[in-house]
Design a protein. Structure first.
Length: 114
């Protein structure tokens, strides 16, 4: 079955960096696009970044030029490099895949203090 396992969250001060990883299994990773979403307390889950099977990327405006999504098809892993972190980036970050259904990882907490 499909499994998405995130890691790499933690607590950093504003201006710091984190790299999130999502290890995927149970499907043909290299032919599928992948996404990172986040959900802050009291807010709706929002799409942060996407990457197609061909490596094309897209970002929400609030993270452009700070976050980079990438993938390693040999490792079945998608990454989110987050630089210049801000307190408003504090959220639970989720890896996401759409096949016939939507699949989500368990989430990884990112806390950014001012």
């Amino acid at each position: 079955q499909v499994q998405l396992v995130e890691s790499g969250g933690g607590s950093v001060q504003a201006g710091g960096s984190l790299r999130l990883s999502c290890a995927a299994s149970g499907f043909i990773f290299r032919i599928n696009g992948m996404d990172w979403y986040r959900q802050a307390p009291g807010k709706q889950r929002e799409l942060v970044a996407s990457i197609t099977s061909g490596g094309r990327t897209n970002y929400v405006d609030s993270v452009k030029d700070r976050f980079t999504i990438s993938r390693d098809n040999a490792k079945n892993t998608v990454y989110l490099q987050m630089n210049s972190l801000k307190p408003e980036d504090t959220a639970v970050y989720y890896c996401h895949l759409t096949l016939q259904n939507d699949y989500w990882g368990q989430g990884t907490q990112v806390n950014v203090s001012s």
